[in-house]
Design a binder for this molecule. Structure first.
Ligand code: FES
Ligand code: MG
Length: 573
């Protein structure tokens, strides 16, 4: 039974005969709207994470008009509400610090205004999980409209990928094999259109996860931002959200455990960013689904990596779109998905991908020719990471799948920067670089420092990968034998805080083991001398964050927010 106009949430603001309602009408008139423009119609919030400093969302000023057009054509009333943009390259000290602030903002924007449904406009890394977490907690019908990847990068006839090729070429600059002019050419060629990073970084990982969760229209996540089909998708999303409101199609009807299994499986098949572990766990718990690291590991053991996309593979998102995009990949993965899971267009995931086809078998690989047969992510545990840590084996040199080496410890990032290139640093190609105090509280916000730089003197010897361990994150476009998200973090006294330079560390990815080869008695003795570092913030949002944030294995959400449950609707007198 579709809703009636009197059932709309916005009716409480606009429909009743009360003094306040007249004031609302007067103020809508002040904005230039007649009563018939909005009364009795689904009022659709468009949460727009556009800003002057977010290059990934620079087309959102235009796209929001297209979404509005779709909303109006379907008989709704659109209202654009700006939300914090979190531009990944610029927001310091770490964009993750602000994901929960965006989530709170999204939730409260929807709660306090006369809104019946929402379109969420995001894509640059943290904006996708932030918006979805908030809108999920609010519980109104919503559709996610991904920013779309930018076009392929290009330099001297080579294709460049966001992040990955920046890191690669920077290593060449450091090794003295790339000129300053060439480096300038890389900088201008690597990001040459609107849209988010076009490698399988966090942005493409999370927008694809949103599609696999059923939160976008089919195919939305793969369309390059400047493509005219992206504009058409915006219009279609605007139309659809109006129908969703009439159908009362709330996130609670879409976001079950099966949807999250689908999202995790999709991320694994894409070779997606390790950031997805933190974000999907946080998103799931907002929906009341207790997703954990073990579930990732379990699904990783059976999911082949079949997207031949950088950094694990060869191609970029533009190629992926031409090869059929996410629906084609999901079709190939069908046997591993819960195809009965509902999606926002009112059909199941299985229905949505039924007609999808792969147009290039080298971009979306057949199941019997995967890039990695299984285990594209692995969750490690041991005395160094009792609550888990993660590695992306596909992005590492195979010799680090089983390795023993001596720790070279940096107590924080400043220490790392000060000493990593020192000629007298005691380090060789088998050493294990360890970074402490870079976690959720220590970073703060788990900055993407997990791909610790290779010491210059080893670079000069041709070393391009080393085993690295930290409690921070790594950009989804990074690569290397990097053990990340060590929980609990050093800053709160996790065992990572107790490692000394010269200690032996062992990793065995097949056994999912990360071990600090120091006796329990010695560790207990070191713990007695450990003192918690000074808090990073004493006031402001940082202090609130420090009080509330959970560890990486729990999604780094705020304790107060990290559960399903209701906040009362505002009273309107
Ligand atoms: Fe925005 Fe990478 S910088 S997605
Ligand atoms: Mg990133």
């Amino acid at each position: 039974m579709p809703l009636k106009p009197e059932d709309l949430r916005s009716h409480r603001w606009f429909g009743r005969e009360a003094m306040r309602t007249y004031n609302h009408r007067s103020r809508m008139a002040q904005l230039g709207y007649e009563r018939s423009d909005y009364a009795g119609k689904p009022v659709i919030a468009i949460l727009n994470t556009w800003s002057d400093i977010n290059p990934c969302h620079s087309h959102f000023k235009q796209r929001v008009e297209e979404i509005k057009r779709g909303v109006i054509r379907a008989g709704g009333f659109p209202l654009e509400l700006p939300a914090m943009s979190i531009a990944e390259p610029f927001v310091k000290p770490s964009p993750l610090l602000y994901r929960n602030l965006l989530a709170m903002e999204a939730e409260e924007l929807l709660r306090c205004h006369p809104i019946d449904g929402a379109v969420l406009m995001g894509g640059c890394d943290k904006t996708t999980p932030g918006l979805i977490m908030g809108a999920t907690s609010m519980g109104l019908p919503f559709a996610f409209m991904p920013a779309g990847p930018m076009l392929r990068g290009s330099f001297e006839g080579q294709t460049l990928g966001s992040g990955s090729d920046m890191f690669k070429h920077w290593a060449e600059v450091r090794a003295g094999t790339l000129s300053t002019e060439q480096w300038e050419g890389v900088l201008s060629g690597i990001a040459r259109s609107p849209g988010h990073c076009m490698t399988m970084g966090t942005a493409s990982t999370m927008t694809s996860a949103a599609e696999a969760l059923g939160l976008t229209l089919p195919g939305a996540a793969s369309i390059p931002a400047p493509d005219s089909r992206h504009a058409l998708m915006a219009v279609a999303t605007g139309r659809r959200i109006v129908e969703m409101v009439w159908d009362d199609l709330r996130p609670a009807r879409i976001l079950g455990a099966e949807a999250f299994d689908n999202a995790v499986t999709t991320v694994l098949a894409l070779g997606g960013s390790t950031n997805a572990l933190v974000h999907l766990i946080a998103m799931a718990r907002r929906a009341g689904v207790m997703l954990d690291l073990d579930r990732f590991d379990m699904l990783a053991r059976r999911t082949p990596l079949i997207a031949n996309l950088r950094p694990a593979g060869k191609y970029l998102m533009e190629d992926f779109f031409y090869a059929g995009g996410l629906p084609a990949l999901l079709q190939r993965l069908r046997g591993l998905l819960h195809t009965g899971a509902p999606t926002i267009n009112g059909r199941t995931l299985g229905d949505n991908i039924a007609e999808a086809r792969v147009f290039d078998d080298d971009v979306i690989l057949p199941l019997d020719r995967p890039l990695v047969a299984e285990g594209s992510l692995a969750v490690l545990r041991g005395n160094l990471a009792p609550n888990g840590a993660v590695i992306k084996p596909a992005a590492a040199e195979p010799r680090f799948m089983r390795h023993r080496g001596r720790a070279v410890v940096f107590k924080d990032y400043a220490d790392l920067q000060a000493r990593i290139d020192a000629p007298d640093l005691e380090v060789d190609a088998d050493s294990v670089l360890v970074l402490q105090n870079a976690g959720p509280l220590g970073g703060p916000g788990m900055p993407e420092w997990g791909q610790l730089p290779i010491p210059k003197k080893l670079l000069a010897q041709g070393v391009r990968d080393m085993l690295r361990i930290s409690d921070c994150r790594m950009s989804g476009t990074s690569f290397g034998a990097c053990v990340l998200h060590v929980a609990p973090e050093a800053f709160v006294g996790g065992p990572l805080a107790l490692v000394h330079s010269g200690d032996w560390i062992e990793i065995d990815v097949a056994a999912r083991r990360l071990h600090l080869d120091v006796g329990d008695e010695e560790l207990a003795r070191r713990r007695e001398y450990w003192r918690p570092p000074e808090p990073r913030y004493v006031r402001g949002f940082g202090a609130l964050y420090a009080q509330q944030v959970t560890q990486a294995d729990e999604g780094c959400d705020f304790t107060l927010l990290a559960r399903a449950g209701e906040v009362p609707e505002p009273d309107i007198y």
